[in-house]
Design a protein around this ligand. Sequence first.
Ligand code: PMP
Length: 395
Amino acid sequence: MSLLDKFDAMTAVRAELTARGLRPFGAINEKIISPTEGTIAGKRVILAGTHNYLGLTFEPECIEAAQRCVAEQGTGTCGSRMAAGTYAEHDALESELAAFFGRRYGIVFSTGFSACMGVPATLAGPGDTILMDSDSHASIYDGVRLSGAEVVRFRHNDAANLEKRLERLGDKAKDTLVVVEGIYSMLGDMAPLGAIAELKRKYGFCLMVDEAHSMGVLGARGRGLAEAAGVEDDVDFIVGTFSKSLGSIGGYCVSNLDQTDAIRFSTRSYLFTASSTPATIASARAALRVLQARPALRETLWRNANMLYNGLRELGFRVGPDASPVVAAIFEDRETAIRYWQGLLDQGVLVNLVVPPGSPSTYSLLRASASAAHTEEQIRHILSAYANLRLRDAA
Ligand code: PMP
C-alpha cells in the first residue's frame, strides 16, 4: 500500500456525499446574522449546532473590547508566549481566570485543543500511568498518547470500573493521572464527579477535569461540574476552552499546585505556537466579566436546554442520559442520520452530524446545542422540524 492509499476510503465517502448534494461536514456559513441565525446556501437557518452556550459572540461589550484591542495592539502577536508573544492581555486573563476558578495559577493557551492535549502530555511521562474515560475528547486522546505514559481507558462514566483499574495498579494508583470531562461533548452527559472525587480521596491520584462544555453552564458561579458537584478541592487541574461559553477562541489550565509554572514552561503546545491575538483575548476577558455579571444567562440557557432535550425525548428520539445544553439524538443507522441532517437543514435548522469513527460508538448522532440566545420560538421551530421528519418517516 502506498503512503497515500489510505485516503481512498475517505475520498470515496466525500465523493458519494457530494454526488448526493450533501455537505454535512463543513457547511459554509455565508452570513452570520446573530448568535443563533445565519445563512447557508442562500437560505436563512437557525444555528443549533454551535457551542455558543451563553450567546456572547455578538455581545456589545465583547465586540467593543476586541475592536479597541485590534486597533491599539494590531492583528497578531507574531510570537509564542515564551518568546515575544506574551502581552498584558494574556497576563491579565490568566489572573482573571485563576480568580474566577478560585485558584492560584492560570495558564492561557492558543486553543482549547492545545490546553487539553498539552497538559496531560506534560503531566505524565514514560513509566507513569494515565486512566482516562473512554469517551474523552480527541485532544485528550492525543495528549495521553504524546505523554509516553501507559494509557488505560475505563468505561465511560463508570466510577466502579475506574476503581477496579485503580485497585489493579496497587501502590502506583497514587501517582496516576485520572482524566475526565465535565459535560461530554457527544452525548451531553456528565461525569460522576462526586464518586470520582471519593476515589481520589481513597487512592490519592492526580485529577484533571476538562470543563470545556461545562464552564459557564454548571455551578452556582458557572465554574463547571466540579463546582456543581461540590468537589472543587479534589480537582488538581481544570482545563477548558474560550470557544464555547466565552464565544472566543483559546484555552486554559488553572490549578492551585505550585508546579503549575514549571508545567507551563514544559508544555510544548504552549511553548511552540503563536499566542492568541490580543483582540481574541480581550473578547474572552469581556465575556468572562459578562458570564459573572449575568447569571441569568445560565438560567435562560437551561430553560432552552431542558425544552430541547425534553422535546426531542417526547417526540420519541433516543437522547443522551442527562439533560444538558448538548442534546444528541442517537441513530443506529448512518443513512437515517444523514437524511435527518439534510431534512433539518431544508427546514432551516443547522445541527451537527457525527458519524463513526467520530461518534463514541457504532451509532451516528445529530447533535444540537442550546444557547441562552435562542428564543423559545426558535426552540419550538427546531423541535417542529425534527417532528416533521418523524411524521414523514411514519407515513
Ligand atoms: N475539550 C472538549 C471536551 C471539546 O469538546 C473541545 C472542542 N470541541 C476541546 C476540548 C477543544 O477546544 P477548542 O475547540 O476550543 O480548541
